[in-house]
Design a protein around this ligand. Structure first.
Ligand SMILES: [Fe+2]
Length: 319
């Protein structure tokens, strides 16, 4: 069966893609942002997933106001980078996994989640920026096939956090009924707090963001009860993107190991959040991203040390 081994939450700020594409990663402003993903790339290189499911939102690249599906599953063999106004980003074409995507569509739709099946789609920074942050900047090909799952968070009404969380659970059931053994990671992207227009443009709410990350890790069901208005009020109009992280979280075990967290403000006008959550590994326990500690049957003292490390990393990146 296909098995989800980990979930990754990551902002998908377009300016991060521009910084990468224009060689600005060593500039102090951007170095602060990219420094938070160094260990994540090491973790990903070590994890070597067979497939990645990337939950993201399209920014008027593949869809326009003429047609906005609530949940759109990419079932094509490939997904070219979209032209976002300055030409397509110089990133490899994303290779899909049509067989697994078709299986997911069948399973999830028969499970009463009416996904839109998309057989031709370009993908924008919402998908490619988190890919860069975790997989680096490959020249010719991304290291694994990707199944894009586009969610409407740009036009009212977006799906509720609870609906997203339950879709994550349906995705997991779909994967677990796939006949081939595959190691799958799932990305939830977008956010964290930001508002790009109107009188509150520039809004960032770090306290709310950090509480969201805490609950994502320990008490995700609490997050499923947050109404849209609270996202808008506390995290800004575009903060509603955070509901997509709940699809990722719903696909994981109820209890997960938080192996990494990073938070910094700002990138462009957005708070950048990043988290890696692993499903418990039955035999060997969980490894830390830095490879410093291995936790199996080890005592609580090591767990406490791991938590301290995570928080130290988080606070280092926080401004
Ligand atoms: Fe976005």
């Amino acid at each position: 069966m296909a098995k989800i081994i980990a979930g990754i939450g990551s902002s998908h700020v377009p300016a991060i893609g521009a910084a990468l594409d224009n060689g600005k990663t060593e500039e102090p402003y951007w170095k602060r942002v990219f420094s938070g993903f160094v260990k994540s790339k090491e973790w990903m290189a070590e994890t070597k997933p067979d497939v990645a499911i990337v939950v993201y939102n399209d920014h008027a690249s593949a869809f326009s106001v003429d047609l906005i599906p609530t949940f759109a599953l990419g079932c094509a063999a490939e997904f070219p980078p979209a032209d976002e106004g300055w030409g397509p980003r110089p990133v490899p074409v994303v290779q899909g996994h049509p067989a697994l995507a078709a299986h997911i569509a069948q399973s999830v739709i028969l499970d009463e989640f009416d996904l839109t099946i998309v057989n031709k789609m370009e993908v924008d920074h919402g998908l490619t920026v988190p890919m860069n942050l975790l997989f680096g900047q490959p020249k010719d090909a991304w290291p694994c096939p990707v199944i894009p799952l586009a969610v409407n968070v740009v036009m009212y009404p977006p799906p509720t956090g609870h609906r997203c969380y339950m879709l994550g659970k349906a995705l997991r059931r779909a994967l677990e009924s796939y006949p081939e053994d595959l190691k799958v990671v799932i990305f939830g992207t977008g956010g964290l707090s930001h508002q790009i227009s109107g009188p509150r443009a520039g809004l960032i709410n770090s306290k709310w963001d950090k509480s969201f990350l805490d609950n994502l890790s320990k008490d995700p069901k609490k997050l499923t009860r947050i109404p849209h208005l609270e996202y808008m009020r506390e995290a800004g109009a575009e903060g509603i993107e955070m509901v997509m992280w709940l699809i990722m979280r719903g696909a994981l075990d109820d209890k997960v190991d938080e192996v990494y967290r990073f938070y910094t403000v700002p990138a462009s006008n957005t708070a950048v959040g990043h988290i890696i959550l692993e499903n418990a590994r039955k035999a060997s326990g969980t490894r830390k991203v830095a490879g410093k500690s291995k936790r199996g049957a080890a005592g609580k003292s090591r767990q406490a040390a791991a938590r301290k490390t995570i928080h130290r990393i988080a606070s280092k990146g926080t401004r």
